[in-house]
Structure formats: structure tokens, C-alpha cells
Design a protein around this ligand. Structure first.
Ligand code: CP
Ligand code: NVA
Length: 312
């Protein structure tokens, strides 16, 4: 495994499968001391409920120590360079878990450090989310290969990571988004490279109904992400009503298709409460699996699975 986990490009398919296996074991046996004497900083410049808590509680369950740092209270917020901040933090901990706006800043931090850096969400990607989501999909359908995921809405960080994750695991993915809200071009290019290897399909379309045809998974996320609050009104006009995922749209997917959302959801905007609260929705399984999968990720990224026999 590479030193850092900034996007799903940093992890091989075989390593992802190993993480899923380990996460399944950890789900059955949550408590151990595998992270004893290991310390983690969570440096967050954005709000978080699930990511923060699943990391903090997961680290505690494995006997490690975590320290949450509000980015806005650090000297970095007062113009210390990201490198100077991170170089200092690195002297105290074994791993940095960072949530921020600019992916470029995250790359600057990670390329300057010896210790691993985990992306807890940037404007470009949300790899921890999608790694856990693939685990959740696997729990439902057993095998990922050959499934189709339809992503409806904004071509944002979550969508970018889904493109990489699905294509890497041999899942077809169709993104339906309005013109001008497409996913990142570089991410599409990388995903297309994977799709050639795994013989999966990637499509970017305008029409949500076209996207959900034959889909086993229908996924959506906020129409405006953190940091885009000023665009809220404009975006609502662009996305609604066409890109709302509701029971009617779900009916056009495969029978047995599941609904996914990374949360937080904006009820009656990108998804109706009727669907979110229905038995099609696996959103709280997604939230739970963040805990198990990230614990496995931490163990793997620190190379502790080999030295801690109870996990094998
Ligand atoms: N899905 C997710 O990352 O949730 P939080 O923003 O609450 O961490
Ligand atoms: N796309 C959303 C995801 C939140 C977990 C955002 O970046 O705000």
C-alpha cells in the first residue's frame, strides 16, 4: 500500500479486497489493542459527523489515541504554511487524517511528510467514504463485478471517488448530471483507464432516467457541497426537480436496487424522505461501515496486520 490514501488511485484492487476482509473480521470482533501506542491527529477544516466519529471511535476501539484539531484554531488558519504545520504535527503522531478544501494543499502536506496522510474529504475526493460504500455494496450483492451504479446529481468529490472505485472493482457506473456539473476530467480519465482493465463501462449522461436503467445501486449526494453555500439558490434551480432521486426514479432501476447517500442528506432536495426512510435505503449501513472499513484501513496503512496475529 502507498504511504498515503488521498484518492482511490493510491490503492490497488487487491489491497481493497484485503481491507474488506479485515473489515468483516473487525465488524465481528471490534475491540483489540492493535493500535496501542499509536497516535493519530484529525486535522479538520470542515464540519463532520460521521467521518470524525468513526475515526475517533474506531481508533479507541483498537487501543490507539486520537486528537481532533479544529483547523480554524490552528496557526495554519493564520497563514502558517501547510508544510510547516504538518511537519510539526508529524513529530507527535503516527498518521495524519485531514479534511480540508483544497486537494492541492493536501498533496503539498503529504508529499512533504514521511508519515501516512489520509484524506478525510477534499474538494476533489472522498476516498474513505467510497471504500466503505464498496464494502456495503458487497455486503448486499456479494460480488461487485458486473454490478451497475447510477450516480445522480452533482459531479462532486463523492462522484469522483465513485468513478475510481467502481471502475477499479469492475462495476459499471453512469453519472447523470446537468451540463457544467460534470465530474473532474482527470478523474474520468483515470477511471477510464481502470475500466479498460476491468472491462467495465463509464458513461456521463444528462438524463437521470437513462442512468438508472439496469442499475443495482442508485447513489446521490448534496447539490451543493461544503464551501458552495453561496451557490445554493443557483444550484437548486439547475438541479430541481430533474435530479431529485425519489421512489418513482428508483422504480426505473433494477428490481432490488438499493439507494445510497454518503450523508448528510438534504431531504426533499436531492432525495425524498419517502425514499431515504424506505427499505431500499442503506444509508445508515453506509454510516456504520465507515467505522469498520476505516479501522481496517488504519491497520493496513501502518502495516500492523502482519504483526498482530489475532487479525489473521
Ligand atoms: N459522509 C460523511 O463524510 O459525513 P460527515 O461529513 O458527517 O463526516
Ligand atoms: N459532497 C459533500 C460530501 C459531504 C460528506 C461535501 O463535500 O460537502
Amino acid at each position: 500500500m502507498k504511504k498515503d490514501f488521498l484518492t482511490l488511485d493510491d490503492i490497488k484492487r487487491s489491497k481493497m479486497l484485503e481491507i474488506f476482509e479485515l473489515a468483516s473480521k473487525l465488524k465481528k470482533k471490534p475491540f483489540s489493542k492493535v493500535l496501542a501506542n499509536k497516535s493519530f491527529v484529525l486535522l479538520f477544516f470542515k464540519h463532520s459527523t460521521r467521518t470524525r466519529l468513526s475515526f475517533e471511535i474506531g481508533i479507541e476501539q483498537l487501543g490507539g489515541n486520537s486528537f481532533y484539531v479544529d483547523g480554524e484554531k490552528t496557526q495554519m488558519f493564520r497563514s502558517e504554511t501547510p508544510e510547516d504545520t504538518a511537519n510539526s504535527i508529524e513529530r507527535y503522531v503516527d498518521c495524519l487524517i485531514v479534511r480540508l478544501y483544497s486537494h492541492i494543499t493536501l498533496q503539498r502536506i503529504s508529499s512533504n511528510l514521511d508519515k501516512p496522510v489520509i484524506n478525510a474529504l477534499s474538494d476533489l475526493s472522498h476516498p474513505c467514504q467510497i471504500l466503505s460504500d464498496l464494502f456495503t455494496i458487497r455486503e448486499v450483492f456479494k460480488d461487485l463485478k458486473g454490478l451497475k451504479l447510477a450516480y445522480i446529481g452533482d459531479g462532486n468529490n463523492v462522484c469522483n471517488s465513485l468513478l475510481l472505485g467502481c471502475s477499479k472493482m469492475g462495476m459499471d457506473i453512469t453519472v447523470a448530471c446537468p451540463q457544467g456539473y460534470e465530474p473532474n476530467e482527470e478523474m474520468i480519465k483515470i477511471a477510464k483507464g481502470y475500466s479498460q482493465i476491468t472491462k467495465s463501462k463509464i458513461e456521463i449522461v444528462i438524463d437521470p432516467e437513462k442512468a438508472v436503467k439496469n442499475a443495482n445501486v442508485v447513489y446521490t449526494d448534496a447539490f451543493y457541497s461544503m464551501g458552495q453555500e453561496e451557490e445554493k439558490e443557483k444550484r437548486m434551480k439547475v438541479f430541481l426537480p430533474k435530479y431529485q432521486v425519489n421512489l418513482e426514479l428508483m422504480e426505473k432501476a433494477e428490481p432490488g436496487a438499493i439507494f445510497m447517500h454518503c450523508l448528510p442528506a438534504h431531504r426533499e432536495n436531492e432525495v425524498t424522505s419517502e425514499l431515504l426512510d424506505s427499505n431500499r435505503s442503506v444509508v445508515f449501513d453506509q454510516a456504520e461501515n465507515r467505522l469498520h472499513v476505516q479501522k481496517a484501513l488504519l491497520i493496513k496503512i501502518l502495516g500492523l496486520d502482519k504483526v498482530y496475529p489475532i487479525l489473521s
